[in-house]
Design a binder for this molecule. Structure first.
Ligand code: NAD
Length: 406
């Protein structure tokens, strides 16, 4: 995160003072959470919340439950959220939260007590006008419902705008589940348009068949792109005439969430998927899959980053030299935070938008953001990744200049 931030800040000519204003998190909170476990023992968990910036508005970012959570990691992820919100022009700063624990080894009751304790510990941090959490690794609508309930109780009224990613009945938004994959598709189609590629004559490979990857594959297929390969943690599935995405989805849903045994394709590895001769490569599984070691083998004309950080910084130069267009994560996967923002807006006005309205607005927002980044990349003659950071840093820095400091 920092190496790309540094390169963009240098190109923009950000002053040293502004560099530190943008670099140092605004607030970092660490809490100890003693939780009574089901066997009666008390275990203390460490929780963090880092607010990187509130220059553009209340801070926004997910809460992750994972044994590897550290303050350093949460700090990097919080900054990432600042740039992501700025690049798609939504009025939020960036934040991230985490609790070091292993949710797979905890009962629902233990997780509920942990989330409620974390919420109480963060009562003066969270707030619909201050800091708005969301799901991340290890959390989902269930945890967001507990958070909203605990926060609301402490205030003596229902305040559903304190968190996004809630179940629909609690004020969640239509379209949120598919929003990130949908945004990835809008980004891919916008990039294809710039490169004068006809979707009906183009092919794609999608790594990861979870929330982001499966919706991206389905929507790309709907828009005429031949999806030649998909993959998940069990490996890759390739068919040069195109994967039947409907059949793959039905198979995964009936097969404990994986494609293991799917017979509409030939088996390849995840590594081989990255090197396929397709037009569009969508890494939508995990971080650091494209590295200096394998970047040279990539044949795609463009990479649309559905996952966060799928390309390591060391691979950037190789990919740029090969003339591959990269639609970077902070732009390509920002469809999710955009619809989270719509959820918050609906909660605040006490009204529910139709799916059609949400999709139209989200698509327009993604397309506008793509165009802004593309123009910036042309103006500065830099990659789309650096251009996205330039757009984001410029927006936050110029807002700060108007607001001023002490
Ligand atoms: P998910 O858990 O729903 O799906 C992950 C998919 O990746 C699964 O199909 C899994 O089998 C596969 N996978 C796991 N390890 C793999 C490996 N080593 N090789 C190949 N495939 C592997 O997760 P998701 O919500 O789709 O998130 C995917 C990525 O997108 C993550 O980087 C996440 O941070 C990012 N992201 C998600 C959202 C969102 O709204 N869900 C928003 C922005 C960014």
């Amino acid at each position: 995160m920092m190496s790309r931030f540094d390169a963009a800040a240098q190109l923009l000519g950000v002053t040293e003072e502004m560099y530190y204003i943008l670099k140092v998190p605004a607030r970092q909170v660490m809490v100890g959470l003693p939780i009574t476990m089901d066997n009666g023992s008390i275990k203390v968990f460490e929780g963090h919340r880092v607010i990187h910036s509130t220059i553009l508005g209340p801070s926004k970012g997910g809460i992750r439950l994972d044994p590897a959570v550290t303050l350093d990691e949460v700090r990097a992820l919080a900054a990432w959220m600042t740039w992501k919100c700025a690049v798609v022009d939504i009025p939020y700063g960036g934040a991230k939260g985490g609790i070091a624990c292993n949710p797979r080894e905890m009962s629902a009751g233990e997780i509920e007590r942990l989330i409620r304790a974390y919420t109480v510990a963060m009562l003066d941090v969270f707030g619909p006008d201050r800091d708005i959490p969301a799901p991340d690794m290890g959390t989902g609508p269930r945890e967001m419902a507990w958070l909203m309930d605990e926060y609301s109780k402490s205030r003596g009224m229902t305040i559903n705008g304190v968190v996004t990613g809630k179940p629909l009945v609690l004020g969640g938004s239509l379209g949120r589940t598919e929003a990130t994959g949908r945004g990835v598709t809008v980004a891919a189609l916008s990039a294809m348009d710039k490169l004068r590629m006809n979707p009906y004559r183009s092919s794609a490979a999608v790594q990861g068949f979870g929330n982001v990857g499966s919706f991206a594959a389905e929507l790309l297929h709907e828009r005429g792109v031949t999806v030649m390969a998909v993959s998940d943690v069990t490996g890759g599935y390739y068919n040069d005439r195109g994967i039947d995405i409907g059949a793959a989805l039905a198979y995964r849903n009936a097969n404990k969430g994986t494609l293991e045994g799917f017979n509409g394709a030939e088996r390849i590895t995840n590594e081989e998927l990255l090197a396929l001769p397709v037009d569009v490569l969508v890494p939508a599984a995990k971080e650091d899959v494209i590295t200096a070691e394998n970047a040279d083998s990539i044949q795609a004309k463009m990479i649309v980053e559905g996952a966060n950080g799928p390309t390591s910084a060391s691979a950037d130069d190789i990919i740029n030299e090969k003339g591959i267009m990269v639609v970077p994560d902070i732009l390509a996967n920002a469809g999710g935070v955009t619809v989270s923002y719509f959820e918050w807006v609906q909660n605040r006005i006490g009204y529910k938008w139709t799916l059609d309205r949400i999709n139209r607005r989200a698509d327009r927002n993604m397309k506008d953001a793509f165009d802004r980044v593309f123009e910036t990349s042309q103006k500065y003659k830099v990659s789309m990744r650096l251009a996205a950071y330039i757009v984001a840093i410029d927006k936050v820095a110029s807002t700060y200049k108007y607001r001023g400091g002490y």
